[in-house]
Ligand binder design. Sequence first.
Ligand code: GTP
Ligand code: MG
Length: 149
Amino acid sequence: RERTYIMIKPDGVQRGLIGKIIQRFEDRGYKLIALKMQSATTEHLEKHYADLKGKPFFPGLIKYMASGPVVAMVWEGLDAVKTGRVMLGATNPLQSPVGSIRGDFCLAVGRNICHGSDSVDSAEKEIALWFPEGVTQYTSALDTWVFEN
Ligand code: GTP
Ligand code: MG
């Protein structure tokens, strides 16, 4: 089963949206296998967004992400990476459909409240970066009701 790294950014935390964002993934049937709140260092965030180094918005992005604690999570389930991104919406909230997290809760690309891995490969790297201690493993009582087998 696929895993994705989902993060509530500092604005999502400050705006009191932690519960709502977690609820959506739970409601959909995804299983939470790792969770922590953390104030990330600039060095850590530069590693997380390494592929964006050189973009004009990069310094602002790092400052934004370091402006307060984030909630780091790993969610597991069918097609978690792609469907996770669909649930978040587009990078620019103005292009996010209503019903998506960004489409319902934010307006500005530089304050878009959440992050989701963009591929299985980056999910693996991001999970290793944010959870070097590893993730949990457990059988959810819901599994037989959420999945066919
Ligand atoms: P993440 O899930 O956060 O990785 O977003 P994404 O994959 O949809 O977009 P991308 O990885 O390209 O950009 C990472 C983050 O940088 C975005 O979520 C935005 O917060 C920010 N960002 C991207 N493009 C812009 C931009 O043009 N202007 C500003 N101010 N921020 C941007
Ligand atoms: Mg991205």
